[in-house]
Design a protein around this ligand. Structure first.
Ligand SMILES: Cc1cc2nc3c(=O)[nH]c(=O)nc-3n(C[C@H](O)[C@H](O)[C@H](O)COP(=O)(O)OP(=O)(O)OC[C@H]3O[C@@H](n4cnc5c(N)ncnc54)[C@H](O)[C@@H]3O)c2cc1C
Length: 440
């Protein structure tokens, strides 16, 4: 396929926030862009879905005002009036030995909650130089902007500062709950960047729900939902995309360029005969899986949010009682998020037949009077890309190879920045910029 620069045809594979954002920027630059997405609605891990009659989030719960690319899009789309600021959530944390409150959200209480000894509280000052460095020279949308901590895990980093108690009481439960990572699985950059940028910022969603941004972008683009791409292959003249359409038809599409904006592990499976530098990088991209069970209730429980450290008897990371909106089709429920160990065991094929009876028993104690009508399961095989030690170095190498010369296949997604909506959106902006610099 060949065409003039102004009519270069681009297929964006994946209609999550990264795919939609790259399509948006490329369309504005005059490229002829089509988005193909496997989901029944666009938005990927940043939208609402209905599972077995119960409305749930496909992923993201809240956005932060320090997401530069997201805030710019909100301005451009004129949807700032639809934002709803979220207050700080007060969370009960439970370790094997005690129960205490902490605060989740942009607040200094995030650091100082957690039932810690005076010695640990005093040692928290040791974080200040790195937090200041992160705030001054880092970009919260780009985990690679803080690369000097790439050689160790977050648990090791906190141990070096004598902050084991801060790790076990605050960081570990928050990371297990919000990210389903253990602090021994990731390098410190994500923690330092996101913590450093909390001050002066706020968390938000939209009146219409978290998927509103994706929905508004999709309305302005050519998006085909329900299209499952099976192969992306470079040809002599362009790129061929093979897919199954929403009605089960086979599609064979040609484009000048492709932006692969699927999850990074899916990208690895789709590409046929990729360049060696792509194979090498994608081979190192890892996502953690996530298992969630919702107990659908007879009547509304009091709203509570509990995070658990390692060692919960049911392997839980979060339990949240959600009264529901009171509207038909939005029943009260209890959100039970499995911890990383249990989610990984399920990925490895180990179904835990004792889980639901155990949860039922736990609910009896934690939310007395709650009557469970039925259970709904949500399985997310690729929750978040894991920024493990060494990842930033491989990411930087990959980016510089991508940028070194015009390519036919480009990439966008949260695994190319910070593992959040902000990172996905910013990576898409960078990719669109790179394509323009190569081809426009
Ligand atoms: C449980 C959970 C909680 C989270 N909480 C937060 C939060 O509070 N705040 C935050 O900022 N971030 C949060 N995140 C992370 C955030 O949701 C993601 O980082 C972001 O949405 C990723 O966007 P993306 O476009 O890179 O990927 P995705 O949204 O995954 O988009 C990829 C798209 O590719 C499509 N696709 C995949 N394979 C194919 C194929 N073969 N053919 C066609 N299409 C395909 C998928 O359908 C999907 O739409 C959370 C994620 C999860 C799972």
């Amino acid at each position: 396929m060949s065409s003039t620069i102004s009519t270069k045809k681009v297929i964006v594979v994946g209609g999550g926030i990264a795919g939609l954002t790259s399509a948006w920027h490329l369309s504005k630059a005059g490229f002829d862009v089509q988005v193909l997405d496997a989901g029944d609605t666009p938005g990927g891990r940043c939208r609402e879905i209905v599972l077995d009659g119960v409305p749930v989030r496909a992923g993201a719960r809240m956005l932060y005002s320090f997401y530069g690319g997201v805030m710019a899009l909100i301005d451009e789309l004129g949807i700032a009036d639809e934002m709803v600021k979220l207050g700080h959530a007060s969370i009960q944390c439970e370790s094997t030995s005690k129960r205490y409150p902490i605060t989740f959200g942009p607040s200094k209480d995030l650091l100082f909650g957690g039932s810690m000894s005076l010695r640990t509280l005093l040692r928290l000052r040791k974080l200040i130089p790195d937090l200041v460095k992160a705030r001054r020279s880092g970009n919260p949308d780009d985990v690679a902007s803080l690369s000097e901590f790439d050689h160790l895990t977050l648990a090791e980093y906190l141990r070096e500062k004598g902050l084991e108690e801060f790790d076990s009481n605050v960081v570990q439960p928050l990371f297990r709950g919000a990210r389903n990572w253990n602090t021994k699985d990731v390098s410190p950059s994500f923690f330092l960047l996101t913590t450093a940028f909390m001050a002066g910022h706020y968390a938000f969603t939209f009146k219409q729900g978290i998927g509103y941004l994706a929905q508004k972008l999709a309305e302005r683009l050519q998006v085909r939902s329900g299209v499952q791409v099976s192969a992306i292959e470079e040809t002599a003249t362009g790129v061929r995309v093979l897919a199954n359409g929403a009605a089960g038809e086979t599609l064979e599409l040609e484009a000048d360029l492709v932006v692969c904006a699927t999850e990074g592990d899916a990208a690895r499976r789709l590409l046929k005969g990729p360049q060696p530098y792509v194979t090498e990088f994608l081979g190192g991209v890892r996502y953690n899986p996530l298992n969630i069970n919702y107990a659908v209730l007879e009547s509304a429980p009091a709203r509570t949010l509990d995070f658990y450290g390692e060692g919960h008897p049911c392997g839980l990371a979060i339990m949240e009682c959600v009264p529901g909106s009171g509207r038909a089709g939005d029943p009260p429920k209890i959100f039970c998020e499995s911890g990383p160990e249990q989610s990984r065991a399920r990925l490895g094929g180990q179904e835990n037949s004792r889980l639901l009876p155990g949860l039922q028993q736990h609910i009896g104690k934690a939310a007395p009077g709650a009557v469970v009508k039925r259970w709904v399961n949500q399985w997310i095989p690729s929750m978040l890309p894991v920024p493990y030690p060494g990842y930033i170095a491989t990411l930087k190498k990959f980016r510089s190879e991508q940028a070194s010369q015009p390519r036919k296949v480009y990439f966008a997604g949260d695994y190319l920045g910070t593992a959040l909506v902000g990172g996905a959106c910013a990576s898409a902006g960078d990719t669109a910029q790179l394509i323009k610099s190569h081809w426009a």
